[in-house]
Design a protein around this ligand. Sequence first.
Ligand code: FMN
Length: 407
Amino acid sequence: MNDLGILKGKLVVLGVSGSIAAYKAVELARHLTQAGAAVQVVMTRSATEFVQPLTFQALTYRPVEIEMFSGIDDRAAGHVSMGVNADCIVIAPATAHVVARLAHGFADDLLATTVLASSAPVIVAPAMETHMWQNAATRANVAALRARGVRVVEPESGELASGMRGQGRLAAIERIEAEVLDAVRARSRRLAGRCIVVTAGPTLEPIDPVRVITNRSSGKMGYAIASAARDAGAEVTLITGPTALDAPYGVRVVPIETVAELRDAVLACLPDADAVVMAAAIADYGAAEMSPAKLKKKDLGDEMTLRLVRTPDVLSAVVGARGSGTLVVGFKAETGDPVAEAERMLKEKGLDLVVANDVSEDVFGSETDEVTFVSVDGTERLERMPKIEVARRLVEKIAERIGQPRS
Ligand SMILES: Cc1cc2nc3c(=O)[nH]c(=O)nc-3n(C[C@H](O)[C@H](O)[C@H](O)COP(=O)(O)O)c2cc1C
């Protein structure tokens, strides 16, 4: 785990629930405490069947909290004080039961109340038998948490307590620690008071009232960037073509279809934007004329010729209209040499940063990406990683360039 210093003096609430993996949380509590964090352990009653609170208390130098009605402190709002003051809440292991309660906003024990009362980033590291993990109810609960911005550290595959094999083992402690670190870093709100515009997804160029020219963009990258920028404290506008994704919470969403609509939406946001991230997959060509009526086979015969014309050059329009302080980031998805193409694009379009993306392998819709950041300062190649991680790295880069938080 790198950069542990950032945890010094931070309040990390460690929720432990009633899974056989509860003993692994002891190691997590110890590491976080050694890194300088104040670690406040909150156990569910079931968790105490698996590990003695005293173990956590001895390692974190703090009493463990379990009961809602035992009077944590002398104030009336003791049941929410930990959530209000936390810099980060991490629940490891999280049972199927805890995941369900959080997904539905329950406040029936101290851990659930703490989460509900908090605006701190929440990390959930589930551990359970494979069938529980795969159950449609758990899948829906996990998806609901994710949609709300909860970070889910996926369980790993391997041998489970039952002796069966499958996904469900608590993630390695290092992975959970890395997520805590990242959440605390993002919460330092480096983009507070900044306005970030992100475009995402495909565009749709109409041929006739029912047919369109589009592409395979899933929108996942742009949505991940919008979430990461929001986590860093920015006010985010997400201008998006149609996707199957849920809108990230706390982000203003502007739906568009055509390239011209996308251009107009970006230009309308430009005067207030500190950075524009152009992650949408914009069609280069659209039909020269849109037929007002549905084109019919019987009129067209066996062959049909469609005349295509260039769509508006949105990047050039944005670069031309931006103020001097607005950073513009482009994306270059290529099957050949994406870095060379990105370097060319950087110069020709006058961009600040281009994210080069090799799409020769199946990246559309995938959860991971392998990208290179190309800027006048040089190139930085990232290993293959989840899109949300690429997004966080990009947001870090943007924060470095646009400077200190605005008050
Ligand atoms: C031996 C044993 C091990 C268990 N392990 C898990 C587990 O790994 N994951 C899980 O979701 N539930 C597990 N359970 C079931 C939970 O303890 C049970 O659902 C409980 O109500 C969870 O309460 P809590 O979420 O408030 O801690 C286990 C139960 C027993 C008896």
